[in-house]
Design a binder for this molecule. Structure first.
Ligand code: ADE
Length: 423
């Protein structure tokens, strides 16, 4: 039964004490965000700013929300995915930190969108989105909230693609900073975060051995690169499938087999989609798979695996473990679908580790501050994170990791800024 507390809708407020411990555990591994929080506590750069965040409700997100609140913001949080909410964290945010949360793990579509509406009822000045659902609802169903908006931020590749389409079609009605485009975001979160957490989710759900098995990674963007590297490191034979020739070439030179998905379908033991596109694994692929194949998605939306097509092919289905649905096809082969095709790292495990979310959420907090300080000059466009913020996050993370680097000598600086010297 859902509990309403502090204008929140969470599963059970009684879970708060367990959630608080998890939030504090994650915080130990988020030194950059902690530094920002200390400065925000003193300077209050977000004073009086209402923020609606639509993010995965995890212990890492909780520490971002605390940071926004310490910065003076009046912030609320709803889930950016129906399966990724950590109910104990949601409870603690509401009960211990006084931050309204609308999120329940496993909520249905009506509840999911009801929670987005509740976040927009907060009349935000800033939206903080992961996948663009909040911005889409604001634009399509809630024009009443647009007038107050100073700007927004977007966390993920899929969301940025949608926002660029809105910009190109001239429908975007306030500026958005694409946090995903920061180097200190996608080079680390998408690659090392998704790489580790996706396999973590798959292993927790199935307990399969990767060594000696064939893993097919569909898509070789930053997330696909991360998953392929980690699967290879665990001893799997990795096949990469791609539609982009450059990415395919890179995969081949990184040492993976590259082939069309239909060829890979007959070879794979485990398939992981991470393309951002629809129906990557489709009926023809399921029909070609071996008995016992496992399919999982690590892309933002649950459209990468054509589940209706899988259902059509199935003679019967059964839930054989938590979040594992086994489809028995007419030819007798069994295919297991994980987490109903939703983000396997957040539904089957806990999402990316805090150390890497530290950089992503440092960019989020600083981008919100940037929007507040610069909204007068911004147009209704998608902006990249300012280079100073991105480079600053890298420096702080290096410091926190106790890593020192060299600096250019005056002679080297002069050399780099000159053009006359040749052979
Ligand atoms: N996206 C991926 N991992 C995440 C996490 N741990 N918290 C919030 N968003 C995430």
């Amino acid at each position: 039964m859902a509990t309403a507390a502090l204008d929140s809708d969470v599963k059970d407020i009684g879970l708060a004490s367990q959630g608080k411990l998890r939030i504090e555990w994650a915080d130990r591994m988020m030194p950059v965000l902690r530094l920002i929080r200390q400065r925000f506590t003193e300077e209050k750069p977000l004073a009086g700013v209402r923020i609606a965040a639509c993010l995965h409700v995890t212990s890492e997100t909780a520490n971002l929300m605390r940071t926004l609140k310490e910065g003076g913001a009046d912030a609320v949080l709803c889930a950016s995915n129906p399966l990724s909410t950590q109910d104990d964290v949601a409870a603690s945010l509401a009960a211990d930190y006084g931050i309204p949360v609308y999120a329940i793990k496993g909520e249905d579509e009506q509840s999911y969108y009801g929670h987005i509406d509740a976040a927009l009822d907060h009349q935000p000045h800033i939206t903080m989105d992961d996948g663009c659902d909040l911005v889409t609802v604001a634009h399509k169903q809630r024009p009443d909230v647009i007038e107050n908006m100073l700007g927004g931020t977007e966390e993920t590749t899929t969301g940025v693609i949608r926002l660029r389409s809105m910009e190109e079609n001239g429908v975007l009605r306030y500026p958005i900073v694409a946090v995903n485009e920061a180097n200190t975001k996608h080079l680390f979160d998408n690659r090392y975060g998704t790489g580790q957490s996706s396999l973590d989710g798959i292993l927790r759900l199935t307990n399969i051995l990767l060594a000696g098995h064939t893993v097919v990674v569909c898509g070789y963007g930053w997330c696909g690169r991360g998953i392929a590297a980690r699967a290879k490191g665990a001893g799997a034979n990795v096949i990469v499938t791609e539609v982009n020739p450059l990415n395919a070439l890179e995969a081949a030179m990184d040492g993976y087999l590259v082939m069309p998905l239909l060829d890979a379908a007959a070879q794979g033991d485990l398939f992981i989609t991470v393309t951002g596109n629809a129906h990557v694994l489709d009926g023809q692929h399921f029909a070609a798979m071996k008995d016992g194949a496992i399919v999982a998605n690590a892309g933002h939306f649950n459209i990468e695996i054509n589940i209706p097509a899988l259902r059509d092919l199935a003679a019967s289905t059964a839930i054989v473990r938590e979040q594992v649905e086994e489809f028995t096809l007419a030819n007798g082969n069994r295919i297991s679908l994980l987490s109903d095709g939703r983000l396997v790292n957040l539904s089957g495990a806990e999402g990316h580790p805090a150390s890497v979310m530290d950089m992503s959420f440092a960019n989020q907090a600083l981008s919100a501050e940037f929007v507040v300080g610069n909204h007068d000059e911004l147009e209704n466009r998608v902006y990249t994170v300012p280079t100073e913020i991105d480079a600053g996050v890298a420096r702080l993370k290096l410091d926190a990791m106790g890593l020192a680097i060299d600096t250019l000598t005056p002679e080297q600086e002069k050399y780099l800024s000159s053009w006359e010297e040749g052979t």
